[in-house]
Design a protein around this ligand. Structure first.
Ligand SMILES: N[C@@H](CCC(=O)N[C@@H](CS)C(=O)NCC(=O)O)C(=O)O
Length: 209
């Protein structure tokens, strides 16, 4: 049994989608970051960085934060969604790190500057939008070579997809990235993704380009 501490954000959805995909039973604990619940002392014991998502694996009492680490842990625990062959395995880690260091932080800055404070810092608006478009281009080229990010569907896809599902906030036209569009729709149609997307709060629906 896994305890999942999460909120309705791309980083949170990575883990709820993963848990649905691998079929592990889990209990959801909503941490409303708009009410600063991530700063509560009991949550900080699990996630000292005061960020969601975090899990506690009750089988071995292991607390974990950082969504990339959690995805790798759950893949190893279940033997699912991470290739075993050396080359594909390291390429999966590579794209997961690309998401953690690029897609997440950079698209997050687009949400911050272009959605929450558009026009207040024109230099930042331009810098992050250009970087976001560059990252979409990198992803589009990779998905032109491969059905999923690394061959078969894996934790690399699960880490990236929830960020792309905020394409409207990012003011990025997915039609300019046809391989991303194909991949996005294929993943959105997975039953586990549909379920995991609505954790912990039911949403109107997965945004569709
Ligand atoms: N690198 C972290 C980032 C986690 C993160 O930024 N979580 C956001 C929500 S998406 C959060 O908890 N924010 C609360 C805050 O900023 O205090 C991960 O991938 O787990």
């Amino acid at each position: 049994m896994i305890d999942l501490y999460t909120w309705s954000t791309p980083n949170g959805r990575k883990v709820s989608i993963m848990l649905e995909e691998v079929g592990l039973p889990y209990t959801v604990h909503a941490v409303d970051i708009s009410k600063d619940e991530q700063f509560k002392p009991e949550f900080l014991k699990i996630s000292p960085n005061n960020r969601i998502p975090a899990i506690v694996d009750r089988d071995n009492d292991l607390p974990l934060f950082e969504s990339g680490a959690i995805l790798m842990y759950l893949a190893e625990k279940t033997g699912k969604l991470m290739p075993t062959q050396e080359r594909a395995r390291w390429h999966t880690v590579q794209w997961l790190m690309w998401q953690m260091g690029g897609i997440g932080p950079m698209l997050g800055q687009i949400h911050h500057f272009l959605r929450a404070a558009k026009g207040k810092a024109p230099y930042a608006d331009e810098r992050y939008l250009n970087e976001g478009k560059r990252l979409y281009g990198v992803l589009d080229r990779q998905l032109g070579r491969s059905e999923f990010v690394v061959g078969a569907y894996s934790i690399a896809d699960i880490s990236i997809w929830p960020w792309i599902s905020r394409f409207e906030w990012q003011t990025i036209d997915m039609n300019e990235h046809p391989n991303v569009l194909r991949w996005y729709k294929a993943i959105a149609a997975r039953p586990a993704v549909e379920k995991g997307y609505h954790v912990p709060v039911k949403q109107p629906g997965i945004p569709m380009p």
